[in-house]
Design a binder for this molecule. Structure first.
Ligand code: SF4
Length: 105
């Protein structure tokens, strides 16, 4: 599978400023455990950040989140994500390989 085909299947990765790597944004509204925890005051999900601000303000962002969630149903998704991660973050893949080799020795 080539990168162009893989990117079409997974829709897109994002690069949040506050994170060291890439992210894959899916809708928090569909978060199964979180939808229960959000109703419990002071629970970890009570003030869910992913349901506020830019995540909820822009319809295009919400639409893209649902497209990504739907894309997970594609039987080629795992291979496609592996191709995209390998192409977008080779340093991270190499780091994990090295780390894995280190742990085995
Ligand atoms: S904080 Fe929000 S996105 Fe995170 S697990 Fe809870 S409900 Fe889901």
């Amino acid at each position: 599978m080539n990168i162009k085909e893989a990117k079409k299947i997974i829709v897109s990765l994002s690069k949040p400023d506050k994170m060291p790597g890439f992210a894959y944004g899916i809708p928090a509204a569909e978060c199964k455990t979180g939808s229960k925890l959000r109703l419990i005051p002071n629970s970890v999900c009570a003030g869910c950040y992913a349901l506020k601000g830019n995540y909820a303000r822009f319809p295009a962002i919400v639409q893209a989140q649902y497209k990504r969630l739907e894309s997970i149903q594609d039987p080629r998704w795992v291979e496609a994500m592996a191709v995209v991660i390998s192409s977008q973050a080779p340093d991270m893949v190499n780091y994990r390989r090295k780390n894995h080799e280190y742990k085995r020795s």
